[in-house]
Design a protein around this ligand. Structure first.
Ligand code: IPM
Ligand code: MG
Length: 353
């Protein structure tokens, strides 16, 4: 099998964690006989600096021609007040590639409950998947921006809700078989449509249990009872907020990866943390989220489940063994941690062969 992977290191700690992910992809490629080729392109603030725009046309063309896209992080104070923000590149890329389904798995690994700021008994066994709609809602509605008045518009269509709901129900089938659809149907018209469409889609999945929860109540329940959730299905902005909340339950936003998938073209894989400009370039970032995203790239982007499992097992083992990065109270550098994961991938693969 051969695949072309486009790397978009981006801004802040993006380049460091991208290097870490690439190292692990190379290790697993060598171990599993996958021929992975890598190319890099400017994106986000780095795109603005190099080409005057956060999503240069050439970067988008390369993304379209690739089998999967890996993104480090975008944004930072360096581009505040500019004509266009680095984040616009990310939104543009999601839209251009039709990446409507964002999967954000949050798992508290057995024995690693102490990473969580919550008590171990509260988070033990938590294993949830946030399925976030990614190309609709407030992020992409008509916008007006003035000094005295501004507005954002939230629009959802039946088709948009239906296709993301199907992704959530399919995912639930491979897990504990429960979907919690999160909305604000007591206030918003889009949420009432959302709820009705999700009910319709649910008829095709009689084996999956569905419940609906208001977003404020879900935000509250996630903290004391994270292990009660399985698949959380929600719209763009609610998913953005709830996924950061859920991430911190696992201990650090630096631990989690994500997959953004569309209707058949290349997917986009990125850690859910931001560009962390305060620690950029200091080898302090936690590469775990990037490495977890590399595993998602293999599983969802390239359909290489065994390679994905090899990365996940090695990552989990190194998180258990330590030393860890500073966000988890350790003193390891980003590169050293990634190096240990890559070495373990090679060792585990050799043992299994
Ligand atoms: C995320 C980020 C982005 C979002 C930003 C950078 C535009 O917070 O991927 O969660 O809001 O979608
Ligand atoms: Mg976010």
């Amino acid at each position: 099998m051969s695949a072309r992977i486009l790397l978009l290191p981006g801004d802040g700690i993006g380049p460091e964690v991208t290097k870490a992910a690439r190292l692990c992809l190379e290790a697993v490629g060598a171990a599993c006989g996958l021929s992975l080729s890598f190319e890099e392109a400017p994106f986000g603030g780095a795109g603005i600096d190099a080409c005057g725009e956060p999503l240069p046309a050439e970067t988008l063309a390369k993304a379209r021609a690739s089998d999967a896209v890996f993104l480090g992080a975008v944004g930072g104070p360096a581009w505040d007040g500019g004509a266009v923000r680095p984040e616009a590149g990310l939104l543009g890329l999601r839209k251009a590639l039709g990446l409507f389904a964002n999967l954000r798995p949050v798992k508290v690994m057995a024995g690693l409950e102490d990473f969580s700021p919550l008590r171990a008994e509260r988070v033990r066994g938590a294993d949830l998947l946030i399925v976030r709609e990614l190309t609709g809602g407030l992020y992409f509605g008509a916008r007006e921006e003035g000094r005295e008045r501004a507005s954002d518009t939230c629009v959802y269509t039946r088709d948009e809700v239906s296709r993301i709901a199907s992704v959530a129900f399919e995912a639930a089938r491979g897990r504990s078989g429960r979907v919690t659809s999160v909305d604000k149907a007591n206030v918003l018209a889009t949420s009432r449509l959302w709820r009705a469409v999700v009910e319709d889609v649910a008829k095709d999945y009689p084996d999956v249990a569905l419940d609906h929860q208001l977003v404020d109540s879900c935000a509250m329940a996630l903290v004391p009872h994270p292990a009660r959730f399985d698949v959380i299905l929600t719209e763009n902005l609610f998913g953005d907020i709830l996924s950061d909340e859920a991430a911190v339950i696992a201990g650090s936003i630096g631990l989690l990866g994500s997959a953004s998938l569309g209707a058949g073209g290349p997917g986009l894989f990125e850690p859910i943390h931001g560009s962390a400009p305060d620690i950029a370039g200091q080898d302090k970032a936690n590469p775990a989220g990037a490495i977890a995203s590399a595993a998602l790239l293999l599983r969802h982007g390239l359909r290489e489940a065994r390679a994905a499992e090899l990365i996940e097992a090695a990552l989990e083992a190194e998180l258990r063994a330590g030393p860890l990065t500073a966000d988890l109270g350790g003193s390891s550098g980003c590169a050293a941690f990634a190096g240990r994961v890559a070495a373990r991938i090679a060792k585990d693969a050799a043992r299994a062969a």
